[in-house]
Design a protein around this ligand. Structure first.
Ligand code: PNW
Length: 470
């Protein structure tokens, strides 16, 4: 039932942002057009055995050419905000030196189309597509990359800061550092634990330098980063499991939250990683810990871990996963806790989102929070008429939005929710095999058809909250 006149059973505050999210490499395509340079994902996709079926983002969902229609789709859904990422190699093909006006013009047109449709633009400046020439010089483990990032961010902000209020610097530094440089499941595919820790540090340093530069130009804009947080539980109360949970929580959550929000690294993680020579300079922490106007939280699931010897690779990140993305964690095993899973094999646990949100509220200084990603991926096949009846996704979104609603009632300063994703798209090492969209995309024809979940989400936005629990 879709009674739009009925008051929602779980109303959200007025002004709450209702959004959807995407990322440049996953949707734009047009990889060789408009003066765009190569990124580490272009290279990685061409490396055999890295991406399922050897798929690439060369065409993706052709958003580069179809963005006006995609903005119209967003307007149909009633989105009040749209989170997208800006491709660094489109704007600055070599990652240093000359900027490409044609690349920046694409984002100018996108932003104008969004504003025209009454949708607030929420760009992320780095969603994993490092210009390949910078990787050739060492990539994120090199300190200079942080400075190059800040320079690029500053340039984009100079062009769009008058029309764009909300800025996210880096997306999921955990993935960029540890899937990119420790397990090698993501680009650039390096397996080098010490380098991965430096990458994590320099991603945060780049964030801090970028915020410093952008805020100096427009102090009224809102700046933040998007981190992927998990609830973490020990499999049993055995001390070995409890300690594994501490270590995984340390590497997944606190390694990023503590520097960004408290201006220090967690002592226990520094101790666990000291064998890799990880000893970040203290002076950098003052740069990293810029005051934040917003923190983006990407939440998908809970980790349940045991401390007994075993496999630390995470099959979640790639169908080819073999190496651990947890430098310094020692023995850790990811244990199924018996909850239902999505098509990614990720356990569905909305209680974990409530846990993450209330923990941030309790243990960290107050900062406006936004869920910048949350959603469910499946291997979906549409019905004959092209529709997708995605009851699983609806239940997932409903449960997690209820967790948001409960958290807000308990005083958590949560101001918006962006579902991952607007459209089916290139799901990294999984290629096009996993679909996260509210809108189905037929990759052969690029036809877009809103799924059942799109209709459901549009109803939630119209009513300003969730219906009675069905
Ligand atoms: C996030 N893991 O990626 C990204 O921000 C999105 O681009 C992506 O499409 C979405 O979540 C769904 O995967 C992740 O293996 C990829 O832990 C892998 C992991 C976590 C997040």
């Amino acid at each position: 039932k879709d009674d739009t006149s009925a008051a929602p059973a779980a109303p959200f505050p007025t002004g709450f942002r209702w959004g959807a999210a995407t990322a440049a490499y996953q949707i734009e395509g047009a990889a060789g057009e408009g003066g765009r340079g190569p990124s580490i994902w272009d290279t990685f996709c061409r490396t055999p055995g890295k991406v399922l079926r050897g798929e690439t983002g060369d065409v993706a969902v052709d958003h580069y050419h179809r963005f006006p229609k995609d903005v119209a789709l967003m307007a149909d859904l009633g989105l009040t905000a749209y989170r997208f990422s800006i491709s660094w190699p489109r704007v600055q093909p070599s990652g240093a030196g000359a900027f490409n006006t044609e690349g920046l013009d694409f984002y100018r047109r996108l932003v104008d189309a969004l504003l025209e449709a009454g949708i607030e633009p929420w760009p992320t400046l780095y969603h994993w597509d490092l210009p390949q020439p910078l990787e050739d010089k060492g990539g994120w483990p090199e300190r200079d990359t942080a400075h190059r990032f800040a320079e690029y961010a500053d340039h984009v902000h100079a062009a769009l800061g008058d029309r764009v209020a909300h800025w996210m610097t880096v997306n999921e530094p955990w993935c960029a550092a540890f899937l990119g440089y420790a397990s090698g499941d993501h680009a650039p595919g390096r397996v080098d634990a010490p380098a991965s820790l430096l990458a994590a540090h320099h991603l945060m340093l780049g964030h801090g330098l970028a915020v410093e530069a952008m805020r100096a130009r427009r102090p009224g804009n809102r700046f933040g980063a998007a981190v992927n947080l998990y609830a973490v539980s020990p499999a049993t109360d055995d001390p070995a499991d409890v300690d594994a949970a501490r270590r995984i929580d340390g590497l997944q959550n606190r390694l990023f939250l503590d520097p960004l929000l408290l201006g220090r690294y967690p002592e226990d993680v520094l101790a666990d990683t000291s064998r890799y020579g990880f000893a970040p300079p203290d002076a950098d922490l003052a740069v990293i810990a810029q005051p934040l106007d917003q923190l983006g939280i990407n939440y998908y699931s809970r980790h349940t871990v045991a401390g007994t010897p075993g496999e630390a690779a995470q099959t979640a990140s790639s169908p080819f996963a073999t190496n651990s993305p947890w430098p310094g964690s020692g023995h850790v095993r990811f244990v199924p806790a018996g909850r239902p899973v999505t098509g990614m094999g990720w356990e569905i646990d909305e209680g974990g989102l409530h846990e993450v949100l209330t923990r941030l509220h309790r243990e960290y200084p107050s900062v406006p929070l936004y869920i910048t990603e949350n959603g469910a991926g499946y291997d979906e096949v549409p019905d004959e008429d092209g529709t997708v009846q995605d009851a699983g996704r609806i239940a997932y979104l409903d449960g997690h939005l209820r967790a948001c609603h409960d958290s807000i009632s308990e005083g958590v300063p949560l101001h918006g929710y962006f579902t991952w994703s607007l459209l089916d798209n290139f799901e990294w090492a999984w290629g096009y095999s996993k679909r996260f969209g509210l809108v189905h995309v037929d990759y052969a024809t690029q036809r877009r058809v809103p799924k059942e979940s799109a209709r459901w989400y549009a109803g939630v936005i119209r009513r300003g909250g969730l219906p009675e629990r069905g």
